[in-house]
Design a binder for this molecule. Sequence first.
Ligand SMILES: Cc1cc2nc3c(=O)[nH]c(=O)nc-3n(C[C@H](O)[C@H](O)[C@H](O)COP(=O)(O)OP(=O)(O)OC[C@H]3O[C@@H](n4cnc5c(N)ncnc54)[C@H](O)[C@@H]3O)c2cc1C
Ligand SMILES: Cc1cnn(-c2ccc(OCc3ccccc3)c(C(=O)O)c2)c1-c1ccc(Cl)c(F)c1
Length: 470
Amino acid sequence: EESASRSDKKKVVAVVGGGLVGALNACYFAKRGFDVQVFETREDIRKAKIVKGRSINLALSHRGRSALKHVGMEDKIVSKGIPMHARMIHSLSGKQSPIPYGKKGQYILSVDRANLNKELLTEAETYPNTTLNFGRKLQDWNAETGLMTFIRSDGSEEEIQADLIVGCDGAFSAIRKQFLRRSRFNFSQTYIPHGYMELTMPPINGEFAMKPNYLHIWPRNTFMMIALPNLDKTFTCTLFMPFEEFEKITTGDEVIEFFQKYFPDTIPLIGVDALKRDYFRLPGQAMVSVKCTPYHIGDKCVLMGDAAHAVVPFYGQGMNAGFEDCIVFEEIMEQFNEDFSAVLPEYTRVRVPDDHAIADLAMYNYIEMRAHVNSRWFLFRKHVDNFLHAIMPKTIIPLYTMVTFSRIRYHEAVKRWHWQDKVINRGLLFSATGAVLGASYLLAKNPPDITKLTVPVEKLWSRLMALRTP
Ligand SMILES: Cc1cc2nc3c(=O)[nH]c(=O)nc-3n(C[C@H](O)[C@H](O)[C@H](O)COP(=O)(O)OP(=O)(O)OC[C@H]3O[C@@H](n4cnc5c(N)ncnc54)[C@H](O)[C@@H]3O)c2cc1C
Ligand SMILES: Cc1cnn(-c2ccc(OCc3ccccc3)c(C(=O)O)c2)c1-c1ccc(Cl)c(F)c1
């Protein structure tokens, strides 16, 4: 058994998983002077050949930026991100309607996933007390002794001891497997019936095919598509659709027929041949929601990122929540002076309600968008949000704003959202009652000739309800 501890003065922290959260976490623990060992299944992605046209991007917002800032990485990552100041809602007719996210400084950033991971690994490696071990897949580990067994790329086994194990090995975490064997460990996993597929929208004459500083959204109830810009002037489009719909489309012509029906404006932008080719490159990918508690075992192991809480991507918060895990853990390490026996239980107590809240919010968004949201309803909802926020800025803060542009704890944002809903409903009830009483008084005083009413009330009502139907 090989002991990883090089120096007796500082404890050994093993970060399992060198993805986005693991790489950032390595920086946090290294900054504190721990002897950090990162173990990642994949080979070093910085040495892998560039896979052209496979740029996957993510929306980085305030929570994630705050976590990056703490280890001095915010400016470097933001400088390679593309600001998206508003949503651009695409209607079926191809009409594009921008709705700002908020005040000038409130924008989200489209960042390249692979580059972000590489930058964070490189930053972690700049700490002399950090070692990155690639080609290591965690096979098993012992919660009492902290002894881990890794399988190397050549099939050989390697045993490593650590004082603290940080499980950042994603939604299908091997670290979490041990948790599942323990009493009073609560775990839920839900696959949703939708899948996702990424398609690339190339530049036209060297320029972006659409306006770049927007999160482009095509809300079609059951079907949704988004597009985020990349530095190479392409857009990465993500199509969300039920697996049974993916399975119905089996030929290139059926792909075009489908896009003609739901996303006609994107056909000339993505290209007929590219659509027919890229659509069959990979099948629709699954999306899973994982919730569990507690996040720790004794003073030995803690889960962070998707290993602790995989969320469906309908809020663009998965990575942001995982990054915020790092900064919350850091704050508790400071508070309890790095005493793991106090830090780990406190981290579970503080963080579980928030990560469960964002998991629920993301699922709520998915269900809400799938059921009601077409372009008219999306526009209506967001204009109402922005209007109420404009007239009562301290009282009404849109939920999306609290989640995306603040570090209000996720579960507090949900509580406030419910409170605001009550205020609005009471307000609407009050003003509706007032309007009815006032109108009745006026009607009683001088009754009009109702045959001359230009737009009968039922026509108004049917127009409002039409916003909700596709
Ligand atoms: C379609 C889609 C769109 C998304 N869009 C956004 C967005 O816009 N904004 C946002 O904030 N989030 C978004 N997310 C969520 C985001 O991708 C995840 O939350 C984030 O990648 C989680 O990071 P992680 O490091 O916890 O896990 P991962 O990124 O999954 O990294 C886990 C790492 O652990 C390694 N590993 C796994 N098992 C082992 C093992 N046994 N031993 C050693 N290493 C192991 C893996 O190789 C991987 O490198 C999206 C997700 C999806 C699916
Ligand atoms: C990647 C990313 C970053 N943020 N968002 C996001 C999510 C939801 C939103 O509103 C929900 C709503 C609109 C209208 C009515 C109810 C709810 C908004 C918004 O307000 O602009 C933005 C996404 C995203 C991810 C997947 C899909 Cl499918 C999608 F459309 C967007």
